[in-house]
Unconditional design. Sequence first.
Length: 271
Amino acid sequence: MHLINEQWILAHVIHRATIGHKKSFGHVFVIAGSQGKAGAAILCAKAALHAGCGIVTAMIPKEATIVLLEQCPEIMYVHESNIEQMDLNKFDAIVIGPGLGFSETAVSNLKYILDHFLGPVVIDADALTIVAKEISLLKSNHIITPHPGEFARLQGFDYHEEDRLVQAQNFVEKYPCVLVLKGSGTLVGSSEKGMMQNTTGNDGMATAGSGDVLAGIIGALCAQGYPLYNAATIGVYIHGLAGDNAVKKISKASLVAGDIITYLGEMRLID
């Protein structure tokens, strides 16, 4: 198994085009949030914007609107609705799941996207719980980002830390998606590319919303044209590095997910 380190990242970064414009850097559609979990949508969308994509549109609950505009007025938004009448072709990548909930609309929107959208889809959080019941929906244009509990539901049996590598390898041999198995030393794998282990991050990042930020980062990299496997590997590396930069200045105990977004701006690896 190979390590995701700075040398690997530098060899695979697509440097930004100096003559690029906002559409050159991709348009991410974030479908996230529900009553009581609107913050997940804001964190995910904000992280996507700060990870280099040119445009972010978020489908958010109405209660999130004012906070979103106060925190990040650069993000466009629509309110939760059935997406079957939307033109999904204008988006370069979709992130779905953080704080999504399990309403009929959420479930139907997820199924529609997985059946009809041919671009990269990052599936996280509540969307993973829905997919676990219909795992045949997973395709080669999908990236899934489970924590151990979500991974156990996806594979249909208990997760064991000492067997995580074998379980991850078995999963990607069975299903065509890219797997990001979160935890200390996050694993990224696919049947074609094999398994890699991340070398950045710290225990301060074990905090609510950290995974929402990661999903947004990976979605942004997909929208910028990275192959799915590279978007996942670079995403987990810079997510962890931002957390490592944060704890040089603040304590691990006080670290929150928003700090990870703040410290993304201290690195220039993906410029």
